[in-house]
Design a protein around this ligand. Structure first.
Ligand SMILES: [Ca+2]
Ligand SMILES: [Ca+2]
Ligand SMILES: [Ca+2]
Length: 381
């Protein structure tokens, strides 16, 4: 099933099916083996741009072709490379895939993902390597079928290479972020509706032991025992009822998630047995955040970086003070030159923030059009 990188890559290049314009920005022409953190610091961009409202010094890392039209989740691999999911939700006539970021270049990682039997699509979102060395990814089948068809998948890693892909849990509605903390896996479901609440979302938890005992079948429209915390989205002028999205934990082990539909930022404090102690709402100061997509926390500083997808911005929330700083923002763009194009996911490696631009607009979003190029940007902090 899996074709080795080199021959697969050569074949793709020869056929032109993966014309990854990974060096379209001359400033990022760096050999693949060179570590991302070795890059020279870039000159600061102007605070404003005549063509676009612009905040920040972000720039293009690479652009993808139309067969990779919707980049999303990122995971740091044990070898320092980054695995990027490409669910192709904007145009899923092209199959979803996983690619590998090596330095500033790209290569295929896993091009044949198992499709969900009824939707006939794969839809990988966020992903994370587990303590067992395997790669876990959440699936978003919600746009194909709203009837709890999404899954949690495991890519078995052998000798550092991806092998068989298997289902470890099913019956999610819209599985989205995945986060390992010790031997516990946390997953957000942005559409975990209940029989009497169609605006629901949840953080669910699983132990590694349980995931090794066979496929976990969640019970849709119930407070399944795996539900750690439940949220209700307040639907605004976007019309979106998607809830809990990005997920990470701080230096004290407290979990944070945010609502895509209404922007509420939540903190979950756990008891020593891992159950929920309390669920708080964080009220940021300095700026209201109307939409939270992917997020990551630097546990050295307890600064939280999040994608404000609706406003085309990357926000930093200092969790010690709850103050918000906008690190990067653009108006309505196509993503050229690394301008933000509806960022969905951030990953931190060293002092560099990797930003996947999802570019699949919803109503009343700053981004109005799904367009080429399909991009990953970087921001040196
Ligand atoms: Ca719903
Ligand atoms: Ca674009
Ligand atoms: Ca766009």
């Amino acid at each position: 099933m899996f074709v080795p990188f080199s021959s697969r890559w050569a074949a793709l290049l020869a056929s032109g099916t993966l014309s990854v314009a990974c060096q379209s920005n001359p400033e990022t022409q760096t050999p693949p083996e060179r570590a991302a953190t070795d890059l020279p610091a870039m000159a600061a961009a102007p605070a404003t741009d005549s063509a676009q409202q612009r905040i920040g010094t972000h720039r293009l890392l690479f652009a993808l072709d139309s067969t990779h039209n919707t980049p999303d989740g990122m995971a740091l691999a044990p070898n320092g490379n980054i695995i990027l999911s490409v669910p192709n939700l904007a145009d899923n006539s092209h199959p979803a895939t996983l690619v590998e970021i090596v330095g500033d270049s790209l290569r295929p990682y896993l091009s044949k993902l198992p499709v969900e039997p009824s939707t006939k699509k794969a839809a990988p979102m966020d992903l994370a390597f587990g303590p067992d060395g395997h790669l876990y990814y959440a699936e978003n089948q919600y746009e194909n079928d709203k009837n709890f068809k999404s899954r949690l998948m495991r890519v078995r890693i052998k000798d550092g290479k991806p092998g068989a892909v298997e289902t470890v849990a099913d019956n999610f509605a819209l599985a989205n972020a995945v986060l390992w903390k010790g031997n516990t896996l946390y997953v957000t479901d942005s559409q975990w509706d209940l029989a009497d609440n169609d605006k629901g979302s949840a953080v669910l938890r699983f132990s590694l032991d349980e995931l090794n005992k066979g496929v976990v079948h969640l019970k849709p429209k119930t407070m399944d025992p795996h539900v750690l915390a439940f949220f209700t989205t307040k639907v605004n002028e976007t019309g979106l009822d998607n809830g809990a999205d990005g997920l990470d934990y701080d230096s004290q082990g407290r979990l944070y998630t945010g609502s895509f539909g209404d922007g509420t930022l939540y903190r979950l404090t756990l008891k020593s047995d891992g159950s929920l102690d309390k669920q708080d709402v964080i009220t940021p100061s300095g700026k209201a955040i109307p939409c939270v997509d992917g997020l990551i926390i630097d546990r050295n500083t307890d600064k939280l970086y999040l994608c404000n997808s609706r406003e085309n911005a990357i926000e930093m929330v200092d969790l010690k003070t709850n103050s918000v700083t906008t690190l990067a923002q653009n108006g309505d763009t196509d993503g050229a030159n690394g301008l933000l194009d509806q960022p969905a996911e951030v990953l931190m490696k060293g002092n560099r923030l990797y930003i996947a631009n999802f570019d699949k607009p919803d109503k009343n979003f700053v981004n109005t059009k799904h367009d080429a190029p399909h991009t990953v940007s970087v921001l040196d902090l």
